[in-house]
Design a protein around this ligand. Structure first.
Ligand code: TXA
Ligand code: MG
Length: 327
């Protein structure tokens, strides 16, 4: 248990909150839509702790919150539709899903290993001030436990996440009360989630193609959808062999913990998610290790068993999705 402090978002509160974030802690804060649960987007372990606090059974990708469009361009590629939308609606309740730039500083875990990233520039003064004080992008899902409704007051956040996060910045009720509208600009603009910015307003700027909508109720199970792709969740080229207690010649090995594995010397290449068996460290390393093992050229990656508790549940969920047969 962490003692959760609720403080008014005035005076030096924002500086204090930024220090908690810089140290890898979690801070809930108001935005114009709903309260968000923030973590330093560039710190994989902080992002892992955020998933743990939310109690998400899977790693749903997160929105990176930045101070302005220039900062967003450091994370994502903008096509002309995205540029028009950003110029018209930022700062404000619009999230854009865009191709991630190479060397994007946001932790792989925050985008669940995807090649796309959701970015948003909130208009709320407290949110803006917090991102500015941290000096880095802030990932922030709605500040509720997974499966619960989004919080619009500091008291809602406390009821849901009290004891699980360090700090709640109380800036009064979130003015809009519904989440941001999400539009993907990957080839053509597609509405992924209806939200606080109404569709007709968007359609006055760019035409919107029809697409499956991310139902917020089904959020934990929702796969991020991109036009022309069935499920764009991270998949390896190599096959994954889960729950492996041994390594076969030529396989790459994704290890976990200190336990020895039979035939480890046969592995063409191996990486350990967390030699000390820490699930937070393992989550932070998951997608980058999978990518590196995949890039080694091995046709199969043997994955040692990972305990199905705490964040292990989400790690196993992602591994199972990546291992599922694809057509
Ligand atoms: O108003 C909001 O957007 C609030 C405030 C705190 O900013 N945040 C919020 O975040 O609603 P969250 O994590 O509760 O919802 C983000 C949604 C999820 O459904 C996630 O799947 C989707 O955005 N998403 C994030 N990255 C994505 C991506 N690369 N592709 C498709 N969907 C993505
Ligand atoms: Mg949410």
């Amino acid at each position: 248990m962490t003692a959760t402090q609720v403080i008014g978002a005035e005076g030096d509160a924002i500086e204090r909150a930024a220090r908690v974030l810089a140290d890898g802690g979690l801070v809930a804060f108001p935005t114009e839509t709903v309260y968000g649960l923030g973590a330093d987007a560039t710190n994989g372990a902080a992002v892992a702790r955020l998933y743990e606090a939310k109690g998400r059974p899977s790693f749903n990708p997160l929105i990176a919150h930045v101070t302005d469009a220039a900062a967003a361009r450091g994370l994502a590629h903008f096509d002309s539709a995205a540029e028009r939308l950003a110029a018209t609606f930022w700062p404000g309740p619009l999230t854009l899903v865009l191709p991630k730039v190479q060397d994007c500083p946001v932790a792989d875990l925050a985008t669940a290993g995807l090649d796309t990233i959701a970015v948003r520039v909130p208009s709320h003064a407290v949110a803006h001030g917090l991102i500015e004080a941290l000096g880095r992008p802030l990932v922030a899902p709605s500040a509720n436990r997974s499966g619960h409704v989004s919080p619009t007051t500091a008291q809602h956040v406390l009821a849901d996440l009290g004891g699980r996060i360090a700090l709640i910045l109380d800036g009064g009720p979130a003015p809009m009360g519904v989440e941001s509208t999400i539009v993907a600009c990957l080839d053509r603009p597609v509405l992924l989630r209806p939200g606080a910015l109404p569709r007709p307003a968007i359609e006055r700027v760019v035409p919107l193609a029809e697409a499956p909508v991310l139902a917020e109720q089904a959020e934990a199970d929702a796969l991020p959808l991109a036009p022309g792709q069935l499920a764009s969740h991270y998949a390896t080229r190599a096959l994954l062999r889960l729950d492996a207690h041994n390594v076969r010649a030529g396989e790459a090995l994704l290890a976990f913990g200190a336990a020895a594995v039979t035939g480890a010397q046969l592995a063409a290449f191996s990486l350990n998610l967390s030699p000390r068996g820490d699930l937070i460290e393992a989550a932070a390393n998951l997608f980058s290790h999978l990518r590196a093992l995949d890039a080694s050229g091995a046709t199969t990656i043997a994955v040692m068993p990972i305990p199905d508790e705490g964040l292990g549940e989400a790690i196993n969920d992602r591994l199972e999705r990546a291992a599922a047969p694809r057509g």
